[in-house]
Design a protein around this ligand. Structure first.
Ligand code: IVH
Length: 693
């Protein structure tokens, strides 16, 4: 929960009110607030604390007492005020709210509608006889600005409804992550400054007139109300409808709502059910393609809403259960360039440390040089950093209006920062001309890792020794190491040497999928390596595959196929050397594909035939227990595939089974929501019984 800012005296209070009003006005207006949401919330809570203790000193401007928190109005009056929402930050605060709602409605139990609180801008869309006639911003809540020029650029707000009805749809306009990336690319491409985050981008885009370009946004409806011209019967019916029925009507009319997302509005019968749903939505947040900053809980029944009524600022029949902020503004201090095991040179942003949802963030991914250019990032910039769930933090964009002019361009390396070789800049991701030889230590340590060749005793330190001594210049050299060579190394006794040689010898017997993975083919990880190996069955067939044949592998599209084929060609000498050293080049249990002309694209045929999981798409999540306890995630996935199933890391409608161990979070929630079959590790162990051990 947000801790309130500490306000010590009247002067600090006045300053806090001024800051909050300025930030709120910017937020509702054009979205260039100098405060991130978390800081704003803390300030407003601090103001509320001070006001509770000094009720006589409350300033008229205070955001606590105003409709929509001090935003600038427009000249189109709203028929019914567009209110804001009160917030709760914990289960306790939520329960207290349900108690006060029960007091007002006079009934103990009520029905709630629970849905995502979309992080965009409120908008009213007026439909006249089914035609979209006017778009109005919230403004100060009583009157907003006409932004009808944006009609046609907001997906989900049809220009014609399915029925010729007159009514107002209210909802949130936002940009999805993809729309935001696109908007910033187009904007900086036209010489403009990037938007700091999707919300600002939607705000700026909505209000902009006469721009040389248009960028799409998305609408989510969350309210439906009659207008003066609405047919009397319909208006009466609408006033009596449950919120959930109104939303169903909106969807039937063709308006986009949360219904078709991973977090649709649902109805809950008790506060406990609401809290369970809050947890589920929170767990799904990181994966959503649009921003949410909380969960909105509403009394679903019209009678309850009427009985609860509204205050001047917010209705009493709804509440926003706020989630921790996932965005903070901090500064970009430096950009580091790291060379990975395949020679890819990847930039990483070094940040002024910032705490987001309890973790201190000091680094953020930056993908590639083109990405930096596209987003017009500079050293010293204030940047919006985003971190949700376990996902690696990312820099969303610079906060351009906080620039001082002191920011410096980010210098791209001219030579490989690791070995000084030339850089291949032919693709978006830059690569050292030495390729995987540049960072041989990283590439060998990866190959020897548990999920690849599983060579016990060959950790990074040992690899460094071997490389420094000149004993190993590529992966294949490992398999021709002699006992005397190893014994000559420091800290290598007879026993460790024999153990290492035995582990290397065992590694020669690993299945093709693991050998392929150990090679570190760009664009293929563990699961893709398994799919390729199962599909082709032998290394020779993989090497003989052209892009078209490669595309027959499940999950390889027209973009990836040629790059894998090129990589295989690049790796040919190394593969020959490995084969000559006696490394296994076949996949046990796999049958090669039929001749190209008989190839089928029926996914059922791609899955291994036979086995207890035949035809099933399986996701493993959480910690394994019982007889599966010792298996790594990779070994679990291998087991799934040996049993005839297909392993996947994300839950979708196509998933047929989710193995949920201890601590399973968002994937379990998604499976429950989609109605996918869930089993415990023990149940799963029974299903695949004969293949275990
Ligand atoms: S219902 C009377 N439902 O959050 C207000 N609002 O912070 C009824 N918002 O002004 C609003 N998602 O702009 C509602 N599912 C949702 C929402 C939502 C986002 C916005 C809305 C509101 C603001 C309050």
């Amino acid at each position: 929960m947000t801790t309130p800012a500490v306000i010590v005296d009247a002067a600090a209070y006045a300053q806090a009110v001024e800051d909050a009003v300025r930030a709120a006005a910017a937020y509702y207006d054009g979205g260039t607030s100098p405060l991130d949401d978390d800081t704003y919330d803390r300030l407003v809570r601090g103001i509320a604390v001070w006001e509770a203790e000094h009720p006589d000193g409350i300033l008229p401007d205070s955001p606590s007492g105003k409709v929509a928190g001090g935003a600038v109005g427009g000249d189109v009056p709203h028929t019914v005020p567009m209110l804001s929402l009160d917030n709760v930050f914990s289960a306790e605060e939520f329960t207290a709210w349900t108690a006060s709602l029960a007091r007002r409605t006079g009934r103990e139990s009520t029905r709630f509608s629970v849905g995502p609180k979309l992080d965009g801008l409120a908008i009213a869309a007026r439909y006249s006889e089914g035609r979209l006639s006017r778009l109005i911003t919230r403004g100060d809540g009583t009157a907003g600005e006409d932004v009808s020029h944006a009609i046609g650029t907001v997906e989900g707000l049809p220009e014609r409804l399915a029925e010729p009805v007159t009514l107002e749809v209210r909802g949130e306009v936002l940009m999805t992550s993809a729309q935001f990336e696109h908007a910033n690319e187009v904007r900086t491409g036209h010489g403009g400054q990037p938007f700091a985050n999707p919300r600002n981008a939607a705000a700026g885009t909505l209000r902009a007139r006469e721009r040389a370009y248009t960028v799409p946004m998305t609408f989510f409806g969350y309210g439906l109300l009659p207008l003066p011209g609405t047919d009397g019967d319909l208006a009466d019916r609408m006033r009596e409808m449950a919120h959930s029925d109104l939303m169903a009507l909106a969807a039937d009319l063709g308006v986009h709502t949360s219904a078709r997302t991973a977090v649709p509005d649902t109805v809950a019968g008790t506060p406990e059910e609401v809290l369970a749903r809050v947890k589920e939505i929170a767990a799904l947040r990181a994966e959503l393609p649009f921003g949410i900053d909380g969960i909105v809980v509403k009394a679903d029944l019209a009678a309850d809403r009427e009985a609860a009524g509204s205050g001047t600022r917010a209705p009493r029949w709804a509440i926003a259960y706020k989630l921790p902020a996932v965005e903070k503004i901090t500064r970009l201090l430096e950009v580091e360039w790291n060379v990975g095991r395949t020679g890819i040179i990847a930039p990483r942003g070094v940040l002024e440390p910032v705490v987001i949802d309890g973790s201190t963030i000091t680094y953020a991914t930056l993908h590639n040089p083109a990405d930096i250019t596209r987003r017009d990032l500079r050293l010293g910039d204030h940047v919006m950093v985003h971190r949700a769930g376990d996902v690696i933090p990312r820099i969303e964009a610079p906060v351009a209006h906080l620039r001082t002019g002191e920011e410096q361009p980010i210098v791209f390396p001219a030579q490989c920062p690791r070995c000084g070789s030339d850089i291949d800049t032919g693709e978006e991701r830059w690569r050292c001309a030495q390729g995987r030889n540049c960072h041989l230590v990283a590439s060998l340590a990866y190959a020897a890792g548990r999920d690849q060749l599983d060579i016990e005793g060959l950790g990074a330190t040992r690899v460094v020794q071997l490389v420094d001594a000149g004993l190993v210049t590529d992966l294949a050299d490992l398999f021709t190491l002699g006992r005397e060579q190893l014994l000559a190394l420091e800290r290598m006794g007879g026993t460790s040497t024999d153990n290492l040689l035995a582990a290397i010898s065992r590694a020669k017997e690993q299945p093709l999928s693991r050998v392929l993975c150990a090679l570190g083919v760009r664009g293929t990880g563990r699961s893709m390596s398994r799919r390729i190996a199962r599909h082709f069955a032998t290394m020779d067939r993989i090497r003989a595959a052209d892009a078209e044949a490669m595309q027959q592998v499940d999950g390889i599209g027209s973009e990836k196929a040629p790059s894998i084929v090129a990589e295989m060609a690049e790796l040919a000498p190394l593969i020959d050397k490995l084969a000559a050293a006696g490394v296994n080049m076949t996949e046990p249990g796999a049958t090669p594909p039929p001749a190209a002309d008989a190839a089928s694209d029926d996914p059922a045929e791609v899955l291994a035939a036979g086995g207890p999981l035949e035809g099933m798409a399986v996701v493993v999540t959480g910690a394994m227990t019982g007889s599966l306890e010792k298996l790594s995630r990779n070994e679990m996935n291998e087991l799934v595939e040996r049993a005839g199933g297909r392993s996947s890391s994300s839950v979708s409608r196509r998933t047929t089974l989710v193995v949920a161990g201890e601590g399973a979070g968002s994937k379990r929630a998604k499976a429950e929501q989609l109605g996918v079959r869930l089993v415990t590790p023990d149940e799963f162990a029974e299903m695949v019984g004969e293949l275990l051990g």
